[in-house]
Structure formats: C-alpha cells, structure tokens
Write a protein that binds this ligand. Structure first.
Ligand SMILES: *Cc1c(COP(=O)(O)O)cnc(C)c1O
Length: 341
C-alpha cells in the first residue's frame, strides 16, 4: 500500500532528473567559492528574485537566521507575526545566536500584519528600548498569498521608517504561481528573501537567501560562523537548479489538488474546512476528534499533521487518485463511528 503523506511538502523524493543532475554535477570547494554548480544556482536564484546576489544554505531556518543577523546587530529587534516561522518555529535562533529580539504581533486573518500596528510597535530611539531594525513577512503564510498591493504598502512603511524588509519566502514560488507572476514581481518589494528548494520544488535539501551584494557578503560570513559552509555542495545545488528550472509550474497542480481535496472534505458534515490556500488546507473535526481521525488514517497509510486543526499539504508525490483514497477513508471513519456510537 502506498503511503500518502500529507504532513508537509518537505516529504517529496528527488525527481529522476534531480538524481541524474546530482550524479553528474561538476563540483569544487564552495567555502573557497569554487563550486561551479553552487555558483550557477546562486546566480539563478539572484536572477529569478531580481537581486544582486544569492547564498546557498542548508535550510530555510538558517536562511532566516542569516537574514536577521545580517540586517540587525546585537540589541536590535525584528517585527514579525506571532505565528511566523522565524519567530515561532526556529528555536528562538535570532535571540539565541544573534542577540536580536523579536517583536511579534498577531497576523490578520489573511496572513498579513496590520501596518498601522507595525508602525506603532516601532520603538523610539531611547536606551530603554531595543532598536527596531527589520520587518519580516512570510509569503505564502500558512498557504495564504499576500496581495501585491499590500507588499508595496509594507515597502513604503519600511522606507519611511528606515526599516529593513525581509521576506520568509519558503513558499514564495507557490505565491508567484498562484498570482501568475514571475517571482521577481513579489521579491522586488523586499530587501532580502529566502527561497526554499526542498518543499514544493522537490529538491532534497537547501534554501537560497537573496539580496544585495553587500548583504549576501555579510550573510556568507555568518554562514561560515554558524557552521553552514559546505564543501562540494554542488551535489545538492544541482538538484536545486533542476527544482528552479523544471518544477515551478507544476505547483499549480498542487494548488488545484488542494482545492479539490477541500471541496471533497467540505461535503462531510462533521468536518469544517477552516482554510484552503495554495497547497495547504486546514480542517477541524466536530467533537474535537482530530486525533482519532489522524490515528485512524495513519493505520490506513495516510499521514496528516496538525495541532488544533488538521493540516493537509499537497505536493508532487500525491496524485489525484491518492486524494480520492483519502476522501474514501475519511468518509469511512465517520460511517464507522456512527454505526458504533
Ligand atoms: C519550512 C519553513 C522554513 C524553514 O525551512 P527548513 O528548511 O525546514 O529549515 C521557514 N519558513 C517557513 C514559512 C517554512 O515553511
């Protein structure tokens, strides 16, 4: 039985094209800047995001940490969402390793931050306070795509207030495909962006951090300090090049699959589809039976994630017929429950 893993889009297997590109990659020592495949990937990332330079790093977590440490100094702070990955899900790295404190605020229901509230949270220049230096947004945010007009307003705010502007673009490719625009249309509004190669784009590992030459030089230095300077990493970068050049348009299929799955689940009275956006959907189960449903499905080879709401993420390794099997099993769960309650 095929395992249908909907926990995240990180679970994908590298494509055959990636594996052969990896096998054939010309490599060198990237700490010396001598890996031609890494250099090619970085040039491609910079071009796609419209930035001067890019840096290949092992993870999105390191990319965000490097961004914060390169925009901010000790005693500075960054503004971000309460549920932002770079605050909530990265072990407090900015504070632990960068001596930079977060100033979180609640996301609005559309995944944006209220820019008036952001402006009010910028601290005055006074030794009582940390120096507010950076705004971090996420796109997509839990699957939700930030409107382009909103990004332009956030850019204006940062310019007016002298803040740096970083985008956690782990899934910015999903956002671009959803809007039907080149990546650069989104990333032109920010000073720096991350771009994850190992989620929907399917590479086995790696993210890019893109920004100005000066910013990336700083980040490159911190990458070495944090232990992220890899040697013949062109082996991994080769898969990243395939991800960027071949996999982006396919994300539209994931979005369509998520929508179809959401429509199917919405017909089940015991379920509430809280949100479906790009390749993610969040579902609540009546009577707080999320855990029971998850266990039931797990026994049948279907894996879901979730805390209070269940999270289902579509990706290249789940096909349309897999989703039909998911729907059948979910319906069977409620049918069986009804019979035995
Ligand atoms: C996954 C993710 C990251 C971190 O990426 P890793 O490669 O898992 O460290 C950062 N931000 C967002 C929004 C993510 O979804």
């Amino acid at each position: 039985m095929k395992i249908i893993d909907l926990r995240s889009d990180t679970v994908t297997q590298p494509t055959p094209a990636m594996r052969s590109a990896m096998a054939e990659a010309v490599v060198g020592d990237d700490v010396y800047g001598e890996d031609p495949t890494v250099n090619r990937l970085e040039a491609l990332g910079a071009e796609l995001t419209g930035k001067e330079a890019a840096l290949f790093v092992p993870t999105g977590t390191m990319a965000n940490l490097l961004a914060i440490m390169s925009h901010c100094d000790r005693g500075d702070e960054y503004l971000c969402g309460q549920e932002a990955h770079c605050y909530r899900f990265e072990g407090g790295g900015a504070a632990v390793l960068g001596s930079v404190q977060p100033q979180p605020l609640e996301f609005l229901p559309d995944g944006t931050l209220d820019l008036n509230r952001v402006a009010r949270l910028i601290k005055p220049d006074d030794p009582h306070f940390a120096r507010t230096r950076l705004l971090c947004l996420e796109n997509s945010q839990g699957g939700r795509v930030l409107p382009l007009a909103y990004l332009a307003q956030a850019r204006e705010l940062c310019d007016r207030q002298g803040l740096g502007f970083h985008l956690d673009g782990a899934r910015v490719a999903n956002a671009a495909v959803h809007l039907g625009v080149p990546l650069e249309t989104i990333t032109r509004q920010v000073d720096s962006t991350t771009l994850c190669l190992s989620k929907g784009l399917g590479a086995p590992a790696g993210s890019l951090l893109c920004g100005s030459r000066e910013f990336v030089a700083k980040a490159r230095r911190w990458r070495k300090v944090l232990g992220g300077g890899m040697r013949q990493s062109g082996i991994l970068a080769a898969a990243g090049i395939v991800a960027l050049t071949q996999e982006m348009p396919r994300l539209a299929v994931d979005h369509e699959n998520a929508r179809l799955l959401a429509e199917g689940l919405a017909t089940i009275p015991e379920l509430e589809v809280v949100r479906c956006a790009t390749n993610m959907l969040f579902v609540r189960v009546s009577g707080g039976r999320e855990g029971e449903l998850t266990d039931w499905l797990k026994q049948r080879g279907i894996l879901l994630a979730g805390r209070d709401a269940l999270r289902l993420v579509t990706h290249r390794d789940v096909a349309r017929e897999d989703l039909e099997r998911v729907l059948r099993e979910v319906k069977m769960f409620f049918y069986t429950m009804e019979k035995f309650v």
